[in-house]
Design a protein around this ligand. Structure first.
Ligand SMILES: NC(=O)c1ccc[n+]([C@@H]2O[C@H](COP(=O)([O-])OP(=O)(O)OC[C@H]3O[C@@H](n4cnc5c(N)ncnc54)[C@H](OP(=O)(O)O)[C@@H]3O)[C@@H](O)[C@H]2O)c1
Length: 337
């Protein structure tokens, strides 16, 4: 079978396609024939050598997100049978409850082997069933971006119907957050740096769209659009460079789910958070329990993930380049087989 492995990190030259033996399942393990993978911003950071949260071992298989079918089961497996349509969970050991630091080395695509391979082997515990209406390409978009958005909006964010959420930019996490919010009757104010993406955001259910380049004080616009009250929740992917504006955009006792750091470094004054009696918390994707709860909601709503472009397995490098260009709207997918 074919797989990719990391060579020396630092550039896309680190992506090396190789031939390998198809893995065999041990006790409690399953082999998944991967049919599609998708990319996340983190994968760009890993390959460029700028990802510092966890050590990435040389020779690891890239990418956390994929979907496929169970091809073989090892002794003692009870959760799955051959042919089941599945996706791996991002942090393999985080099944439910609170995240513990000792779970983090089991994150796929670094430090643990990921999914950019024709077949992978995982613990039977580290998989969920994919929504029945989805293709493998659609389901491959779920494990990181969608679960992160679910956690940020509904678990930590406690978003309710009728409330207002702000999403930043049109990356994978933000579009899922906008789709989930509108699916449950919340009001979405979306931002983007690109006028061409405005109508597409409206098509996904965003009631209002603000261009953060032409309206850099988008926090003021959010307050105007909410009658001076402010938004209930911001799903924050901008990070240090936009946090101060997010604090300014939320209502008294509002919440910020801190997901990413696209917008670089800046300092914030904790007093501004205190003045609003607001809360802020960091998000790490989500547990298997969250993934399963999300899939139930997705199945009921027949939600369709937004796929920007699908690349062939041999063109993985071009898929990374496309994500890095920032021209995408939604998920960049690699078809495996
Ligand atoms: N904590 C976690 O568990 C977790 C999980 C997933 C992702 N993340 C993080 O969340 C962030 C987003 O990830 P992703 O995979 O969704 O990203 P992505 O698909 O690469 O999308 C990035 C998009 O964000 C927008 N953007 C770029 N620079 C921006 C800026 N300065 N301010 C506001 N928006 C900006 C752009 O949209 P426009 O063209 O529309 O402006 C861009 O297309 C990354 O920092 C990632 O590492 C964290």
């Amino acid at each position: 079978m074919r797989l990719y492995q990391f060579g020396k990190l630092g550039s896309l030259d680190a992506l090396q396609m190789k031939e390998a033996e198809v893995p065999q399942p041990g006790a409690g393990q399953v082999v998944v024939r991967i049919r599609a993978c998708s990319l996340n911003h983190r994968d760009l950071n890993i390959v460029s050598g700028t990802y510092t949260s966890l050590p990435i071992k040389p020779g690891a298989i890239p990418l956390s997100d994929g979907a496929g079918e169970v091809a073989a089961i090892g002794p003692g497996v009870t959760r799955w049978k051959v042919g089941d349509r599945v996706a791996p969970i991002f942090v393999q050991r985080w099944l439910g409850g609170n995240l513990l630091p000792e779970y983090m080395p089991s994150a796929l695509g670094g430090p643990s082997d990921g999914v950019l391979a024709e077949s992978i082997v995982l613990s039977e515990e580290g998989l969920v069933r994919i929504p029945s209406h989805m293709s493998f390409e659609q389901a491959a978009t779920l494990p990181c971006a969608a679960v992160t958005a679910w956690n940020a909006a509904f678990v930590k964010g406690q978003l309710q119907p009728g409330q207002t959420v702000v999403t930043l930019g049109t990356g994978g996490v933000s579009l899922f957050a906008a789709q989930f919010a509108s699916m449950t009757g919340a009001q979405v104010i979306a931002t983007t740096g690109s006028d061409e993406k405005v109508e597409r955001l409206r098509g996904l259910g965003a009631g209002e769209v603000v261009n953060y380049r032409t309206t850099p004080d988008w926090d003021r616009r959010v307050r105007e659009l909410t009658g001076g009250r402010g938004a209930d929740l911001v799903v924050e992917v901008g990070g240090p460079g936009s946090l101060a504006r997010s604090i300014s955009a939320i209502r008294y006792c509002g919440h910020i789910s801190v997901v990413g750091n696209l917008a670089g470094k800046a300092t914030i004054d904790p007093g501004t958070l205190f003045a609003k009696r607001a809360s802020m918390c960091g998000i790490q994707v989500g547990s298997r329990d969250m993934f399963e709860a999300m899939n139930r909601a997705i199945e009921v709503a027949k939600l369709e993930p937004v796929i920007d472009r699908v690349f062939d397995f041999a063109d993985a490098r071009a898929a990374y380049e496309h994500l890095a260009s920032g021209k995408h709207f939604g998920k960049v997918v690699i078809r495996v087989s």
